[in-house]
Design a protein around this ligand. Structure first.
Ligand code: C2O
Ligand code: CU
Ligand code: CU
Length: 430
């Protein structure tokens, strides 16, 4: 924290070497280290400044995924940091406690930069949620879990796209926080997992190996109104969820990812990774566990727009070939929204393959999926939503501003291969 109370972070984008399996070294990128980056943390109302230094051999950027901030601080493709350059965005945190993340966003190269290791968590806190009896000791009973799928070719990462895999890159095994075959030792009855799907294309369906429910407490942008017990939790690329697991003394449980049940046709199921399953993270309970307070029945009042005061409807036809028939153009503003208004956006996937939809700057409400109310998992704050093939998802978004008609924010499919190929558009708040 500097003299005027600003919380200052330093992030250095650097090339390095990682040892994922003993004795073999892989060339990777990271923030302040060789792979991934430090967890940043700030509180609602706090002013933050991040001093980004790019020591990589090429230009990149750092985007604050899920953060409400001025467009010029967003770190999208218009805020690239040249090789050897630096950038110091600052903003005031104006949103509730949440598990956000940061990653590069250079147009056309996002998939490659994220895959090399550039990603980290950005946790937000607020006074109200800090008073709730939730597990909150970072690394003890509050565990970050950055989930990625990888393919290793001997010592090296293999990032090649396989034939017929038009969803993008799919790995053969998963890592958590850059570790293969990960486990965490648990010493409390309740353990909170902050799950981030940081994979570039893979959709996970998380669940525990014994069928015990996960108690979901938060979605992308913060707490749900109440805990939701679910056997399966689907996260597409870029999405987050916080879940609480009740452990028994001495047991070993495995958080797994199960085959995808999303109505994909045979081809996309088979070649889009839908049939795959993984052991993602083992939870090893100690022989005696510290008692945890029971989960509170109510978590947070929703601050999401209801859509009743929506002033404008827009629709987005999602195809790998582009959104609404157009590929991303850095010099074209696709949509202009008015500061302080709510809009309703309709997202349609008639493409047969999985897509999702991410909007910068806002947390939105999922109004309905194929005209039905969304499951409780999707009723909390969202910035990224999976749009299954053949489905229509409606969302309500409120644009608080500030207005900056000259600087666009992005909306895009967060399957990064699709994004890089042009499945992205730009909007400004005017
Ligand atoms: Cu997580 Cu536009 O990105
Ligand atoms: Cu984003
Ligand atoms: Cu897509």
């Amino acid at each position: 924290v500097d003299a005027d109370g600003t919380r200052v972070f330093d992030l250095r984008m650097q090339a390095g070497q990682s040892e994922f399996t003993p004795g073999t070294r892989t060339a990777t990128w990271g923030f302040n280290r060789s792979y991934l980056g430090p967890t940043l943390r700030a509180t609602e109302g706090e002013k933050v400044r991040v001093r980004v230094a790019n020591t990589l051999p090429e230009e990149s950027s750092v985007h604050w995924h899920g953060m409400h901030l001025p467009a010029a601080m967003d770190g999208g493709p218009h805020q690239v940091v040249p090789a050897g350059g630096s950038w110091a965005p600052e903003w005031t945190v104006a949103q509730p406690a949440a598990t956000l993340w940061y990653h590069p966003h250079p147009h056309g190269a996002t998939e490659a930069h994220v895959q090399r290791g550039l990603a980290g968590l950005f946790l937000l806190d607020d006074a109200r949620s800090a008073a709730l009896p939730l597990p909150r000791s970072y690394g003890v009973d509050d565990i970050p879990a950055i989930v990625q799928d990888v393919r290793l070719d001997g010592a090296e990462f293999d990032h090649g796209h396989q034939l017929m895999r038009n969803v993008g890159f799919l790995g053969e095994r998963t890592m958590v926080n850059g570790t293969l075959d990960p486990y965490v030792s648990v010493g409390d009855e309740l353990v909170r997992l902050r799950l981030l799907n940081a994979s570039t294309a893979r959709v996970y369906t998380f669940g525990l190996d014994d069928g015990r429910p996960l108690q979901q407490i938060a979605s992308d942008g913060g707490l749900l109104e109440a805990p939701y017990a679910t056997g399966r939790l689907r996260l597409s690329p870029g999405e987050r969820a916080e879940v609480v697991v009740r452990m028994q003394p001495g047991e070993r449980r495995v958080l797994r990812s199960y085959p995808l049940d999303a109505g994909l046709d045979f081809w996309n199921q088979r070649f889009g990774g839908g049939d795959d399953s993984f052991d993602v993270l083992q939870l090893r309970a100690q022989p005696t566990l510290r008692p945890s307070a029971p989960l509170p029945p109510a978590l947070a009042a929703s601050r999401l727009p209801t859509g009743e005061d929506s002033v404008r409807e827009r629709s987005f036809d999602l195809r790998m070939s582009g959104i609404n028939g157009r590929k991303m153009d850095m010099s074209r503003v696709d949509e202009t929204v008015t500061r302080g208004t709510t809009e309703t956006w309709t997202l349609r996937n008639e493409d047969g393959m999985p897509h999702n939809f991410h909007v910068h700057d806002v947390q939105f409400r999922v109004l309905d999926i194929d005209s039905a109310a969304p499951p409780p998992s999707l009723r909390g704050p969202k910035d990224t939503v999976f749009v299954p093939p053949g489905s229509t998802v409606r969302i309500a978004l409120r644009f608080e501003g500030p207005a900056d008609p000259g600087t666009p924010y992005m909306y895009h499919c967060h399957l990064l291969y699709h994004e890089d190929r042009g499945m992205m558009g730009q909007f400004v708040v005017a």
